[in-house]
Design a binder for this molecule. Structure first.
Ligand code: ADP
Length: 452
């Protein structure tokens, strides 16, 4: 009976993580307004969602042929890729992971680019590649000024090289390549991982129009009418000569920043505020902190500590490790939710691992309940973002290419996100979320291929 009481109290404390359909519809509507503002150059600065033009105007047509290189920097690994599309349209790829030493990650910009060129040189020599166009997946916030020109806004994720912020990384890479005799490589495109994910899927699914990342970060891109994208060459959606832009363009929404103008205040819990306050950039990337792999485990940890303070879980245990920031990686959330309905094997194992000795049945059930509450809300908010973008795409079906560990490995995230996106869109628009394998590298090669 005692445990029953505590169980009800836990459920009560987790209630703020459950978002009603009315709340989600409201969030989705507010995301649509933010998208609209972000698209207008005159309002972009004031919008939480920036909607940067990518200058990627076409998706693969299937007619691309030849050899292409890609660099993938800013994800979990740094890689160099070779994509070969044969005369029959068969695509083959091979890649190699290279280390980026910590001293290079935080050293001088010149050293970083010279290291990248070392790796390209090694990779290309090994395969006898020369005169090959290159696409650069650079997964840091950039202001694009052309397909092959992206100015780094700021470093994130452990990188902090001097003298790169504010500069064009496509140009810096090209200069470093040109300084090296014997490699003849032209940088054709600088894109981010979200765009890469969309482009890569579009090679197999011509009608893909949305790209989503739910990994370390959270972001969405989509195909927009070029005439509606502000801030390219001249005025909003106009060429320098004042003509309306024709065709389409992939827009990098930077959706993870949604909420920076207070739009999520009705959704965030006291626990979210704790996680945000202890993060590297408090107040920034508000939605990302409710959705992405970098934060979900941490959120679970903070909720559990809160419940413990209130005497609702881990009674009599000191939980020393659980007090350490980062002691619950999001991978654990996936594992705990993978336990069968009445089995708590992973929950028990993981609790012991984070220093909760001899967890009780109630402890294990509570941990699972918290994980479920946190990951469901994440999937629902990600769904609201995709639904908001899908409404702008104005077609059916909307095929969205998704990548990232949370979508890929969590036992329920992908299904919940799919169901909620469809429900938010209603019966008039079909939506299909599909996993995009290895988009971040392959996509850049395919963009380089399409501009030849
Ligand atoms: P990135 O986004 O950095 O390119 P990933 O898509 O692999 O790479 O995302 C890494 C993020 O996913 C990390 O924040 C990590 O905590 C989280 N993650 C890793 N494995 C899992 C898993 N099995 N389930 C859920 N999240 C995971």
């Amino acid at each position: 009976e005692y445990d029953d009481k505590r169980k009800l109290a836990v459920i009560e404390r987790c209630k703020p993580f459950t978002l009603s359909d009315a709340q989600l519809n409201q969030v989705c509507g507010s995301m649509m307004r933010a998208l609209k503002d972000g698209l207008r150059q005159s309002r972009r600065d004031r919008s939480s969602v920036k909607c940067y033009p990518t200058y990627v105007r076409t998706l693969p047509t299937g007619k691309e042929r030849g050899n292409f290189l890609a660099l993938d920097l800013g994800g979990t690994n740094f890689r160099v890729l070779h994509v070969e599309i044969g005369p029959d349209g068969q695509l083959k790829q091979d890649s190699k992971i290279y280390a980026v030493p910590a001293s290079v990650m935080t050293g001088r910009g010149e050293s970083l680019f010279s290291h990248l060129v070392d790796c390209i040189e090694h990779f290309a020599k090994e395969r006898g590649l020369r005169g090959v166009p290159l696409g650069f997946t650079f997964s840091f916030p950039c202001r694009q000024e052309g397909l092959a020109r992206g100015r780094l806004v700021r470093w994130t994720k452990g990188f902090a090289c001097e003298g790169v912020e504010g500069r064009d990384v496509g140009g810096m890479l090209q200069e470093a390549l040109d300084r090296r005799p014997g490699i003849d490589v032209e940088v054709k495109a600088v894109i981010n991982d979200t765009t890469g994910t969309l482009v890569s899927k579009a090679w197999d699914r011509r009608n893909a129009s949305v790209g989503v990342i739910v990994g370390t970060g959270f972001n969405v891109c989509y195909v927009e009418k070029a005439s509606r994208v502000g801030g390219m060459e001249g005025e909003a959606g106009r060429t320098k000569e004042g003509r309306a832009e024709e065709g389409t363009m992939v827009v990098n929404t930077e959706m993870g920043a949604f909420g920076e103008k207070g739009e999520l205040e009705g959704v965030r819990t006291e626990f979210d505020r704790v996680v945000d306050a202890a993060s590297i950039h408090p107040g920034e990337h508000v939605l990302e902190k409710l959705v992405s792999g970098m934060y979900l485990g941490e959120l679970v940890r903070v909720v559990l500590l809160g419940l413990r303070e209130e005497g609702l879980v881990f009674e009599g245990r000191r939980c020393l490790q659980l007090r350490e920031k980062g002691s619950v990686p999001t991978k654990y959330v996936s594992e705990i939710e993978s336990d069968g309905p009445h089995h708590r094997v992973m929950a028990r194992e993981i609790l012991e691992e984070v220093g909760v000795s001899e967890p009780t049945v109630h402890d294990c059930a509570t941990v699972r309940y918290v994980c479920r509450a946190v990951s469901r809300r994440a999937a629902h908010l990600a769904a609201a973002a995709v639904a908001a973008v899908a409404r702008r795409v104005e077609r059916s079906p909307v095929v969205a290419a998704v990548d990232g560990s949370l979508f890929r490995h969590h036992p329920h995230f992908a299904r919940i996100m799919q169901e909620k996106t469809q429900q938010l869109l209603g019966p008039g628009t079909e939506v299909e979320l599909c996993l995009s394998e290895d988009g971040s590298g392959r996509g850049a090669a395919l963009v380089a291929a399409s501009v030849r």
